[in-house]
Design a protein around this ligand. Structure first.
Ligand code: SF4
Ligand code: SF4
Length: 154
C-alpha cells in the first residue's frame, strides 16, 4: 500500500484552470509515473499546488504547502508533469522539501509525459490574458487550443 500526494504548478491549476484530470486519470489507470504502483493499493492523500513563482527569498514558501499533506504518513510526493516541464525552481524545491522531510520519496512526474516543447508553448499562450479569458487547460488536453492567429478566423 502506498500513500501519495501530488503537487502541481499553480500556473496550470490556478491560472490555466486545470483540474488535474489527466494526473488523476493516469493514477486510476496506473499509467505514466503511477505504473510503479501497479501491484499496490494506492491512496491519494491530497493534492496541493505550488505557492506561485517565487521572489528571490521564497522557494521555502513551498514547504507550507507540502506540510499540509506530509503530516499524514505520506510515502511519496509526485511533482506533477506540468511542474517538471515548466518549473525553473524544481531542483531548489526538491532540496528544501528533502531537507525538511528526508524520508519522503520525491517522484518527478505524474501522467504520461507530453511533448514538453508543445506543452510549454500552449501554457505560455494560456497565461496571456486575451487567451485565458476564452480558453483553458482543457483546450490543451483536448487539442483544441487556438493561438492568436487562429482566433482571427473564429
Ligand atoms: S500535470 Fe497535466 S493534468 Fe496534472 S495538473 Fe499539470 S497540467 Fe493538469
Ligand atoms: S514556481 Fe514553478 S511550480 Fe510554482 S507556479 Fe512557478 S513555474 Fe509553477
Amino acid at each position: 500500500m502506498a500513500r501519495i500526494g501530488i503537487i502541481t504548478c499553480s500556473n496550470c491549476t490556478q491560472e490555466a484552470n486545470c483540474a488535474s484530470v489527466v494526473c488523476l486519470g493516469d493514477m486510476r489507470k496506473r499509467r505514466g509515473f503511477f505504473e510503479e504502483y501497479k501491484e499496490e493499493e494506492l491512496y491519494l492523500i491530497g493534492i496541493i499546488n505550488c505557492a506561485g513563482c517565487p521572489t528571490l527569498a521564497a522557494p521555502e514558501k513551498i514547504l507550507r504547502r507540502v506540510k499540509a499533506i506530509a503530516e499524514y504518513r505520506l510515502d511519496a510526493l509526485h511533482f506533477s508533469y506540468c511542474m517538471t516541464a515548466l518549473c525553473p525552481f524544481i531542483k531548489k524545491y526538491q532540496k528544501v522539501i528533502q531537507q525538511a522531510y528526508p524520508e519522503l520519496k520525491i517522484v518527478h512526474g505524474t501522467h504520461a509525459p507530453k511533448d514538453d516543447e508543445e506543452f510549454r508553448k500552449g501554457v505560455k499562450e494560456l497565461l496571456c490574458p486575451r487567451i485565458s479569458s476564452i480558453q483553458d487547460m482543457n483546450d490543451i488536453i483536448k487539442g483544441t487550443l487556438k493561438i492568436p492567429g487562429d482566433l482571427k478566423d473564429t
